[in-house]
Design a protein around this ligand. Sequence first.
Ligand code: PRP
Ligand code: ADE
Length: 176
Amino acid sequence: MTGGNALDRALDLITEIPDFPEPGVLFRDLTPLFGDPSGFAQVIDALGEAVGDGVERLAAVEARGFVLAAALGYARGLGVALVRKPGKLPNVAGRVDYDLEYGTATLELPIGSVRPGERVAVVDDVLATGGTVAATTELLRTAGAEVTGVAVVLELTGLAGRARLGAVPVHALRSV
Ligand SMILES: O=P(O)(O)OC[C@H]1O[C@H](OP(=O)(O)OP(=O)(O)O)[C@H](O)[C@@H]1O
Ligand SMILES: Nc1ncnc2[nH]cnc12
């Protein structure tokens, strides 16, 4: 799709790679978007609007989510809770196993990442099955945070991730 405004043009930088990482998966590659300064800035600004006001912290998932949340956190003056792949953390507050579009995964939240009652928005690049964001939401809530919403660059509607997230508001810059 060729968009008519700057955000659409930025999102048009996302490419599609068939059969990666396994046959039958159409992989959405944000690498060209991350590599384009003006496109990246458009996306960070749009994610900031999606996250809205009244948020006290961002949470993001290793690895692509970190790139987005670091830039947005700097722009908005918000700290970031770094949700990690397993085996990276010396102090683990919580751990959740979940399914991905391709395979299974585990996420861990570092101790002290959020304060009780803190209003936290989750930021990621792609919402596919929703397993990653659902696991992140579970980790944050178990640690006492209030999840105010989810902001993603790209939502793959065919995988119905949004339905898995219950009442949490989901904002996608593009849904395909
Ligand atoms: O909605 P879901 O089905 O859970 O899929 C979405 C997740 O999949 C990708 O992460 P991946 O685990 O491939 O890791 P990466 O960021 O390290 O590439 C993507 O960055 C999302 O976090
Ligand atoms: N099809 C896909 N492309 C990119 N990231 C993904 N994460 C889960 N499914 C994905």
